[in-house]
Design a protein. Sequence first.
Length: 132
Amino acid sequence: NYAIPITGFFAYTGHPSTETPSMIFGGALGFKVTNFWGWAEYLGQNTGDLSSGGWSITALPRMPRYGALVFRYGRFDPNHDVTGDYSDQLIVGASHDFMDKVSLALTYESTMFETDSIDPVSGIFLHMQAGF
């Protein structure tokens, strides 16, 4: 039993005569089986001459009785025309589902910058999620 979720969206905002229009677009493709969930995402925005975007890849090897491991890597570039401005984010950790739509995760997260003048930012985080 498996699923292949696919999603995408496109939005255009701003009235050309009063403000700079902005186009936002994105998409995701996933794969889900009992013991593994994985997906890739892309998000982009064009506003006037500024073009930005980012992507991420996530993998969750799962042991339904115990929980899941979390691996996520992503990159965001705030301006495609400028070099030295992107950042990468790495997230690794573990999660546990206590009941349907209630979960807890402990993760190590680090953001690294393309430029050497900005030090990486890292931390350990506790996440709780409850759905309705």
